[in-house]
Design a protein around this ligand. Sequence first.
Ligand code: GRF
Length: 231
Amino acid sequence: MPTDHASGGRLRVVILISGNGSNLQAIIDAVADHRLHVQIAAVISNRADAGGLERARRAGLHTAVVDHRSHPDRASFDGALREAIDAHRPELVVLAGFMRILTGPFVDHYRGRMLNIHPSLLPQFRGLDTHARALAAGVEEHGASVHFVTSELDGGPVVAQVRVPVESGDTAQDLAARVLEQEHRLYPLVIEWFAQNRLQLRNDGKLSLDGRELRVPCRLQGDSGEIIQCG
Ligand code: GRF
């Protein structure tokens, strides 16, 4: 399918991280394997010690740090972050383990062009410590969701999910590791839909995939391959 973005070439993406960056790595690998057709214009972290920065450098990507601790408040940090992002003229901003709450004006600026991955089956378990909370709640299935970012924390429209069965004796770490593995399959797929102009957040707040309203999140299934069930 041909791309059709403002740049005329590959979709320009800026990726925001705060930590290890294994989702970033999955995106880098998907681009290298020609499964994902985007240009990673920059990787930006709010922490200079984020492991993901080293992954980005190894891949020859442009990196930057906007340290939240050098800003007196959220608005000032978000302003600096926005400036650093927009210097790269991205058409999509990808939050990949970016652990800061963003202000309304920042989120509105990127409306319809900012995605996040969250380690739960949203709307269950918004916020932090999702794996421990899922275990405490005794759910049989946990998982991850990719959604557009809106001003409601982890509350934007969900594009796709992957389910992970909870096994008896699971610790939060066990569960987190299995979910993370699936996140690495899910995120590049959804980003590719956006890159191919298949996926949009409409003005009315609803999602559109391949020209049709997406009422229920798509589901990634199976241990191998890229089987997605939508609708
Ligand atoms: C992932 O579980 C992601 O869903 C969450 O933070 C974690 C980041 O992991 N938002 P990594 O930095 O991509 O390894």
